[in-house]
Structures are given as structure tokens and as C-alpha cells.
Design a protein. Structure first.
Length: 99
């Protein structure tokens, strides 16, 4: 999943599993670091950018954490909205039948 993570192509489920695993597996973190350093290093050298590649990888992982958190927040909001909608329908139905 490393190439897909680096290209930003992981969905929520895979991104969550990937970040959890890579942070707990030294071998995978090493592989991720190497692939990131090589890919970003070449790209930034070609662009002539000044770079701190290790910090760049940390930022990429932090961005993944932010995406995961945003997705979880959206899930809670959607569930809350659905619950409110169902509650409103039930209340309206009760009011119609009672009155």
C-alpha cells in the first residue's frame, strides 16, 4: 500500500489500516521512509527546492491522520442527521395519529 499512500490513492478504510500498521511496524516504516525519500528527493532536486524530507514524511502522515479524523467527524454528523430525520418523522407520525 506504500505507493498508493504516497500518491494519495488510499480510501478511508485502507488509509486507517495503513497508518496504524506503518506506525507500529519498523520494517514498513523504514520501507515507507526510503520510498518517500527517494521519490520526493528526486522530485525536489529537479525543482531546486530546499527540503527537509524527514519532516515532509511526518507531515504526510499527519495529513493522513487529519483525513481520517475528518472522515470520522463526517460519519458522526451523517449518523446524527439521519437520527434527527427519523426522530422528526416519528414525532410527526405520532402527532398526526394522536390529533
Amino acid at each position: 500500500m506504500i505507493p498508493r499512500f504516497l500518491s494519495g490513492d488510499l480510501n478511508y478504510k485502507n488509509l486507517t489500516a495503513f497508518t496504524k500498521h506503518v506506525r507500529s511496524c519498523p520494517e514498513c516504516m523504514e520501507e515507507l521512509t526510503i520510498r518517500y525519500l527517494v521519490g520526493e528527493g528526486i522530485s525536489r532536486l529537479e525543482e531546486g527546492d530546499n527540503f527537509d524530507l524527514q519532516r515532509g514524511l511526518e507531515e504526510k502522515l499527519e495529513e493522513a491522520d487529519d483525513r481520517i479524523l475528518l472522515h470520522r467527524i463526517m460519519q458522526v454528523l451523517i449518523i446524527s442527521a439521519e437520527t434527527l430525520g427519523v426522530t422528526a418523522v416519528v414525532l410527526i407520525a405520532v402527532m398526526v395519529f394522536v390529533l
